[in-house]
Design a protein around this ligand. Structure first.
Ligand code: MG
Length: 255
């Protein structure tokens, strides 16, 4: 069931997502060669709690007997797609790309957002992959209009990524969000021809294309979390939480 949010709930979600947006904005200046992903994580945890939020990924889940997620951020470098675990051993190098995913709970409501950043100067292919992913998210959000169907989001994202010659990860998707980080509906990024349910005002959706330079296939490392591309190609990830309104989608992960 897709939950529609009240005005009060939307207010609380704006606050949680505002904190997410601040982290994604401020972390940009901290991403440079020589920094470890653990240092980024420690900074983010302190900043989130300073803003009166709670990191929602820390302690989350644990699938297939895996340990719960141990950190505040997901930090996914180069061929890592999502859910990379921050580590003192992961030192960023010139030319890397890094996806940072942030989840925050504030007064019982969730915010979720992600961006991919260049570490110093990156290859033209890496740059184009990141730009394509960001553009596919923009188009996906543009399609998130009440009266449209869920499948219109997938169609917009998939069309953009295919046209650029990249591929959309199929095993992972966006999601509804609210009191729980993951609510209905599941938001596919690849288009399988299904229209899906009709979109309505007051739905809150985390739209998050994950795209690969090579094949769409991915696998999970032995840590139980880190998802990597099957062929070792680069991957990018962008995410916004949006609220559907009568006047179109409102991006909540924006400061
Ligand atoms: Mg998400």
């Amino acid at each position: 069931m897709i939950l529609l949010k009240t005005d009060r709930e939307l207010e609380l979600m704006r606050e949680a997502n505002r904190i997410v947006a601040i982290i994604l904005e401020e972390i940009a200046a901290r991403i440079r060669p020589g920094v470890t992903t653990l240092e980024l994580d420690s900074w983010a945890e302190e900043r989130i709690t300073g803003l009166k939020g709670l990191p929602s990924f820390k302690g989350y889940g644990g699938r297939n007997g895996a340990r719960p997620f141990p950190a505040t951020l997901c930090t996914s470098v180069n061929q890592e797609v999502v859910h990379g675990i921050p580590s003192a051993a992961t030192v960023l190098s010139e030319g890397d790309i890094i996806g940072i995913d942030v989840g925050v709970i504030c007064q019982g409501y969730n915010g979720d957002g992600a961006r991919t950043y260049a570490v110093g100067s990156v290859t033209p292919q890496a740059r184009r992959l990141m730009e394509t992913c960001r553009e596919s998210l923009r188009l996906g959000i543009e399609a998130a209009q009440s009266g449209n169907h869920l499948g219109d989001i997938a169609k917009a994202v998939d069309g953009c990524v295919r046209a650029a010659g990249f591929s959309v990860v199929r095993d992972l998707s966006g999601h509804g969000i609210g009191r729980n980080m993951h609510e209905d509906p599941q938001i596919l990024n690849y288009y399988d021809g299904r229209r899906g349910p009709r979109l309505k005002s007051r739905m809150t959706l985390a739209i998050e294309p994950m795209i690969n330079a090579g094949s769409w296939e991915v696998c999970t490392l032995e840590d139980g979390w880190t998802v990597v591309t099957g062929d070792g190609s680069l991957s990018a990830h962008y995410e916004h939480t949006v609220a559907l309104t009568d006047n179109g989608p409102e991006i909540l992960t924006r400061c």
